[in-house]
Design a protein around this ligand. Structure first.
Ligand code: SF4
Ligand code: SF4
Length: 305
């Protein structure tokens, strides 16, 4: 079984309990305007190019079969219209100026990396988290990988944003110990404007997940002027607080890491975002806390999808 993976992050502490390896799957069914992992959105392989890291060694020009690297006296450019994203130049660039975003990997390849850190998982109460992108879009691969992880005695978590047919997630629950479910906004107009769909399917699947009794946590990126209101954060907390299988609710204040990544992919942010002020975040957290068993947030921050 082969999947398209864009990153394997070892020693992660942001994606579930303990120390974990997070496997980032490529391809997403949402299009969040603030996405901090823009290389995750498209399913196909892509190339990241950082011209400021280039040391001018010329190896990429030698190996590129289609002449997509164009180096002149003043600038080194990547012609993305010509590039086929074969990744040859990325494997030759020791300066880190060219990187492949998206690799085909087998379940065995990924598992081999995951089990290397098994002692750390055991000591910390950690395990493996499959994230993305939207990992459920590669449900067959993810199911086989998580089954193999459970066979090795590892705790499994699935970080998902819920925009797909319920049967896909339902079919994975028996190999997932904890679902990390992202809810960005309740208001359909806000959701449509910033995520690319009205969120109806996500809200329906949230209720199905809550009703299933399967252990889950909910995470919300908090973005100034988008969803940093009592109505949104308090509303989400009130809905999820009704389910006894909710383990915690986590607020993830926005950070701008995605902008540089977007540029390296030859794309640009249509809009700029910011995190809420600290005291405002604390007020939102206090509101949410009254509805859920365990509210978590940080005022520096981690990640959002
Ligand atoms: S291989 Fe990397 S460092 Fe060398 S010229 Fe190409 S981009 Fe620059
Ligand atoms: S990814 Fe392949 S086609 Fe694209 S620039 Fe590099 S070597 Fe050329």
């Amino acid at each position: 079984m082969i999947g398209t993976v864009f990153n394997l992050q070892r020693f992660s502490t942001a994606d579930g309990p303990g120390v974990r390896t997070t496997v980032f799957m490529k391809g997403c069914s949402n299009q969040c305007a603030w996405c901090h992992n823009p290389e995750s959105i498209r399913r196909e392989a892509e190339i990241r190019f950082y011209p400021d890291r280039c040391i001018g060694c010329g190896r990429c020009l030698q190996v590129c079969p289609v002449g997509a690297h164009v180096s002149g006296a003043e600038a080194h450019n990547l012609d993305r219209a010509t590039c086929t994203a074969c990744g040859l130049c990325a494997s030759e660039c020791f300066a880190g100026a060219v990187e492949a975003a998206g690799t085909s990997m087998s379940v065995e390849d990924v598992l081999r990396e995951i089990v290397k850190d098994a002692p750390y998982y055991r000591h910390s109460g950690g395990g493996v988290t499959i994230s993305g992108g939207e990992p459920v879009l590669q449900a067959e691969f993810v199911g086989e990988l998580l089954r193999a992880c459970q066979y090795h005695g590892l705790h499994t978590a699935l970080d998902t944003a819920g925009h797909y047919a319920w049967s896909l997630l339902d079919g994975l629950l028996d190999v997932v110990d904890l679902v990390l479910y992202d809810v960005k906004a309740l208001d359909p107009d806000t959701h449509l404007r910033y995520v690319g769909n009205d969120g109806r399917l996500i809200r329906e699947n949230l209720h199905r997940l809550g009703g299933s009794g399967h252990p889950f946590a909910v995470r919300t990126p908090v973005i100034a002027g988008v969803n940093d209101t009592e109505a949104e954060i308090g509303g989400i907390a009130r809905i999820i607080g009704q389910y006894s299988s909710l383990t915690y609710y986590e607020l993830l204040p926005y950070h701008a890491l995605g902008n540089a990544k977007l540029q390296s992919l030859g794309r640009h942010a249509a809009e700029r975002f910011a995190a809420p002020e600290r005291h405002h975040l604390e007020n939102l957290a206090a509101t949410a806390e009254s509805f859920v068993p365990d509210l978590r947030y940080s005022s520096s921050l981690a990640r959002q999808t």
